[in-house]
Design a protein around this ligand. Structure first.
Ligand code: IVH
Length: 681
């Protein structure tokens, strides 16, 4: 081949790769499998390596490669990067719309383009003759920083534009952000290495984009959506904002598919409502929505006030982060005696609710975040996630803040608190002598996945204990209507219902019974595996630690917990009493001569499925003989991913474990005999 042929071949490969990037990142509609894409990439790399003279700066192989710098060069924006005015209520939105109509002297409902307001950082991209030549941060709106080398590492930013009618010069604006899943995985990795975590996805995106070494930026999961044109030369633009966004998309730039045209304030409000409901399940964080007058001539008529357009407004959601004070830190005792520090907070409205408590997880976490009583802290509540203390505002720390001390004795029963070497968790040594542990173990026993005693919720359990009607789980089955009606707000009818539910719960399965016992680190999956392996409670009771380790997923630690549990006379007594009062289950059948189709397969579920709950999915798998576990390893047969998958997906990809989406999963449930093609050992 001549030099020219080789250069042409490389160019053809680049075009293909760019096209598939576009399908994947911009259209969200990949045409070829990842493996095929990787093959194209490797082919191009090999070609360029053999002939370095054919490498071009916009080649997809050249995203990373620039050397670390000393600092960032300043860039002046030819067209300033403006900001938006905000509104927080329907009234303010109506006032905005009124000003728009007055300014335009029209009475009709205005057509707006409604867009998600991404929570990242604004960036301007300059393309000359279709090639990315500059990327700059917004800075103060007039002068930003040159982050070209870093932005080049973001796969959803094309290094070259597409099509025949490209602008000679284009200044396009958009938001660089970090997807929530990527943010979680990044923080989890940082936590494991004992490094500092990022406070939120926006800070993570900003921190990643301002790395001096682009090789580090390249490892960060950044993405970009474009939302406006700053300047263009050499082509005619569409006459509407929406039309321009479609032009951007045709040139290969990524535009959010959540963007919609809406009519008038009512349309805006409906969009706001819809996005608000979906906020927690979107793969990226938004702090509101933006409405923009669609007609460009109308935008021009309206113009600007100071630094914001009169033709656009941001409609903000309630903040997910607020600052408040730690009034005290108390310790809660859980079912296994674990002491959990809980921050009592000055009540603060965040993420749509008033928060006055937040778990601090354990003492390691308290020390790592250096949280002290009296500190000002940032509290975050995203979606229905439990509120958490993200960080301390050190600049506001007073001299009289107090360190959080782990109590030496259980705050509930006074037994000694033990924290084993190398363990993050401290525990009350009181066992079932401790009322708090007893209370939690009874709640656990009654819960849906355990004995499933309908109507016996946490509140009622507390009432029963406080009134001295129940001390241990077996006492539940000795309750009478006469006793129950003495409780506050308990009529005869509800008392009878509860007794019926208790009676019904007596017929259970061995797996549920084992789980209900609340043995440390024996979750549902392990309980199921134990039931399947031993098939009788007596055999499980007598099993040695070695026997126990024969069960899949049971290691020395869990085997130790199980063994110890069945050596406590008190526990055996409770079990015997339960069986005496009539708790029973059918002996699990011996393994069938013909094995179940997913007999030796292990699955992990992550993210929300559309058509079934996680529990239903786990049950369906178990019915086919599969095991469901919570962590991904090389032995995992497949990871089933729904919406908003967590770090498990990243891990599966890293380990080369099969990943199934919901459709593929349904397919598997229908034809489980096809499971042979899954990964795992
Ligand atoms: S338009 C002239 N659209 O919000 C209008 N901005 O407060 C310029 N942002 O700095 C901005 N999503 O970082 C626009 N769909 C969207 C946006 C958006 C997020 C950010 C952007 C800007 C800030 C304005």
């Amino acid at each position: 081949m001549t030099e020219q042929d080789i250069a042409a071949q490389a160019e053809a490969l680049r075009r293909q790769i760019e096209y598939h990037n576009y399908r994947y990142y911009v259209l969200d509609d990949p045409e070829i499998p990842d493996a095929e894409y990787d093959r194209l990439m490797r082919e191009l790399q090999a070609l360029e390596q053999a002939h370095p003279e054919i490498i071009t700066p916009t080649s997809p192989t050249q995203r990373v490669g620039a050397k670390p710098r000393e600092g960032f060069r300043e860039v002046r924006h030819e067209v300033p990067m403006l900001s938006l005015n905000n509104c927080f209520s329907e009234d303010e939105l109506r006032a905005f719309d009124r000003r728009v109509r007055e300014g335009l002297k029209v009475d009709e409902a205005i057509e707006y383009v409604a867009e998600p307001k991404l929570d990242g950082l604004a960036v301007s991209l300059i393309y000359e003759q279709g090639e990315l030549v500059l990327a700059a941060t917004r800075g103060d709106g007039y002068t930003g920083e040159d982050v070209t080398a870093n932005v080049r590492t973001i796969e959803s930013v094309p290094l070259r534009l597409f099509g025949d009618h490209l602008p000679a010069r284009l200044d396009v604006r958009g938001e660089v952000y970090m997807p929530v899943a990527g943010f979680r995985a990044l923080n989890e990795a940082a936590r494991k290495k004992g490094e500092k975590e990022f406070v939120n996805p926006r800070n993570a995106a900003a921190g990643s984009l301002r790395q001096l070494d682009p090789a580090i930026t390249a490892t960060r999961p950044l993405a970009m959506y474009c939302y406006a044109i700053g300047q263009v030369e050499g082509v005619a633009l569409a006459e509407t904002h929406h039309g321009q966004l479609m032009q951007l998309r045709d040139w290969g730039l990524r535009v959010s598919s959540e963007i919609e045209r809406v009519k008038g304030v009512e349309g805006c409000l409906q969009y706001y409502q819809r996005m608000g409901e979906r906020r927690a399940s979107l793969p990226f964080e938004i702090d509101g929505v933006v409405y923009k007058v669609n007609r460009i001539d109308w935008q021009e008529t309206l113009g600007y006030v100071s630094r914001a357009p009169r033709w656009a407004i941001a409609h903000k959601f309630p903040a997910q982060e607020e600052m408040t004070r730690v009034l005290d830190v108390e310790f809660q005792v859980g079912r296994t005696g674990a002491l959990t520090p809980v921050a009592r907070l000055e009540p603060v409205f965040v993420g749509g609710v008033t928060v006055s408590n937040a778990t601090l997880h354990n003492m390691d976490e308290v020390e790592r975040k250096d949280i002290r009583i009296g500190d000002y802290v940032i509290v975050r509540r995203a979606g229905d996630v439990i509120p958490e203390v993200v960080s301390v505002v050190l600049s506001k720390r007073a001299a009289d803040v107090r360190k959080v001390e782990l109590p030496t004795h259980c705050p509930v029963c006074g037994s000694a608190v033990i924290r084993l070497e190398g363990e993050a968790v401290a525990r009350c040594s009181g066992g079932l002598y401790c009322p708090a542990q007893r209370r939690e173990s009874i709640k656990h026993f009654a819960s849906r996945k355990a004995m499933d005693i309908e109507g016996l919720g946490d509140k009622l359990v507390e009432q029963l204990i406080d009134n001295g009607l129940v001390e241990h789980v077996d006492d539940l089955y000795r309750l009478t209507v006469e006793q129950l009606v003495t409780l506050e707000r308990m009529g005869e009818k509800s008392a009878k219902n509860l007794l019926d539910a208790l009676e019904k719960s007596k017929h259970t399965t061995l797996a549920r019974f084992i789980y209900a016992l609340g043995i440390r680190e024996v979750g549902e999956a392990t309980a199921r595996a134990l039931a399947a392996h031993f098939r009788s409670l007596d055999k499980l009771r007598e099993a040695s630690e070695e026997d126990l380790q024969q069960v899949p997923d049971v290691g020395p630690v869990v085997a130790g917990h199980i063994h110890t549990f069945f050596r406590q006379p008190h526990n055996l007594e409770v079990i015997d009493h339960l069986i005496e009062t009539g708790v029973h289950w059918d002996e699990p059948e011996a393994p069938q001569a013909e094995a179940l189709p997913l007999q030796d397969k292990t699955f992990v579920l992550t993210g929300a499925l559309q058509n079934m709950t996680r529990d239903e999915a786990a049950e369906a798998l178990a019915a086919l003989g599969a095991r469901v576990t919570s962590s991904v390893s090389k032995k995992t047969s497949a990871v089933i991913v729904g919406d908003k998958p967590g770090s498990k997906l990243t891990k599966a990809e890293k380990l080369g474990v099969t990943v199934l989406d919901e459709a593929a999963f349904r397919e598997l449930l229908e034809n489980p005999e096809n499971a042979a093609s899954l990964s795992g050992e």
